[in-house]
Design a protein around this ligand. Structure first.
Ligand SMILES: *Cc1c(COP(=O)(O)O)cnc(C)c1O
Length: 376
């Protein structure tokens, strides 16, 4: 055994999730959102398994070029557009689709000598108030772009500020955008994962799906939503028990001594901590799964160690693998809730810490393998 932490990706689940979105938005093209190294799953791990995707949506030009190098030839939507003329030239060369969301970008597009035609989506500002044009400006901008022979306007785009909060309506921004799209007669792209699930009227011609693709619950607080049952977790994180400790009543464990045993407790030490990507803010009580049984972490998570209560699993041994998240019985959103984070906050950056193991068909996860540990 080379490592005490294992991160696996179930690519069958990924394809299943993509196909599920396709079935839920049958009139739309489904673009897989791969920003931030595919939400910490690894850009090519994900893209190579979605060769049949209608398109991809990204932020960094470098990532788009990587997709083209790997011979993925479908539309690639650059959700932030380009930053300078050099990037624009590359976008032309590789047939990328650009979001246009600032005057600066329009000036670059108009100044770029015509070399074929480039597809653009005009971004309309939502209440995020970050990028895009105000609805009143859009008609004028469309007129300018339509007049340029080397620019093809694919449609209007918006991004929801709070579709992930089920206690809030999709709101006035959505009504205003819809009216604008109708008036212009152009196709539109609005839905992220949450909006796609909530309201079919947001589907338009392209839905941009991130969190659902990875099997995450896109709703704030991990709120229940019927259609979510159809999605499966792609990433599983597991850690090994590297030691055990017996606590007597009154004894603390871990840095800071935040946990004190109220009775005799048999404790497992896992070879994994925040340095390995487990959230440091996860508190005592956060669930883990061992031999199919849920138990809990206790004490503070350290850089490369954390503690779990072995009382519910008396058969547990040093060498056993423990599932930290990514099982149907232990969803990453539950860890997020305990840590005050979203699933995506936990996942982003994990590719920098781990080589993801790609799970082949019928291959078991570590925690589901028969234990190969020698008898003590
Ligand atoms: C990240 C992102 C998405 C995907 O959002 P999810 O909620 O993960 O589905 C869609 N559109 C834009 C503009 C984004 O930045």
């Amino acid at each position: 055994m080379l490592n005490t932490v294992s991160v696996t990706l179930n690519l069958d689940h990924l394809r299943h999730n993509y196909d599920t979105v396709k079935a839920m938005a049958p009139g739309s093209r489904v673009f897989a959102v791969l920003k931030s190294d595919a939400y910490g799953h690894g850009l090519m791990n994900i893209a190579a398994s979605l060769r049949h995707a209608d398109g991809f949506a990204l932020l960094q030009l470098e990532d788009a070029l990587l997709l083209r190098r790997e011979r993925l030839s479908q539309p690639v939507l650059m959700m932030a557009g380009v930053n300078d003329m050099m990037e624009l030239a590359e976008a032309y060369r590789h047939g990328l689709t650009l979001v246009v969301r600032s005057r600066h970008q329009i000036e670059m597009l108009l100044a770029c000598p015509a070399r074929g035609c480039i597809d653009v989506w005009v971004k309309v500002k939502s209440s995020i108030n970050r990028f895009g044009f105000n609805p009143e400006e859009v008609e004028d901008i469309l007129r300018t772009l339509h007049a340029a022979p080397h620019i093809r306007v694919s449609g209007l785009m918006m991004h929801f500020a709070a579709a992930d909060d089920l206690d809030r309506e999709l709101g006035g921004q959505w009504a205003a955008f819809r009216a604008l799209a109708e008036r212009s007669g152009l196709p539109f792209s609005a839905a992220n994962s949450a909006a796609m699930l909530r309201d079919a009227s947001t589907h338009g011609s392209v839905v941009r799906i991130g969190s659902l693709l990875y099997g995450n619950n896109p709703f704030v607080g991990g709120r229940k939503f019927d259609a979510l049952g159809a999605f499966r977790p792609v990433m599983r994180m597991e850690a090994r028990i590297i030691g055990t400790v017996d606590l007597a009543p009154g004894e603390p464990i871990g840095y800071g001594g935040t946990f004190v045993a109220d009775r005799r407790i048999h404790v497992g030490v896992l070879g994994c901590g925040y340095g390995d990507g487990y959230p440091a803010s996860a508190a005592t009580g956060t669930p883990v799964l061992l031999h199919g049984v849920r138990t809990r972490i206790i004490g503070n998570v350290a850089m490369n160690a954390m503690f779990i209560d072995l009382e519910p699993v008396p058969k547990a041994r040093v060498g056993d693998w423990v599932t930290l998240w990514g099982d149907e019985r232990l969803h990453i959103n539950e860890i997020g809730q305990n840590a005050g984070m979203s699933a995506e906050m936990i996942q982003c950056g994990l590719t920098k810490k781990h080589r993801m193991r790609l799970l082949k068909e019928h291959e078991p996860h570590r925690a589901d393998e028969p234990t190969s540990f020698c008898q003590e």
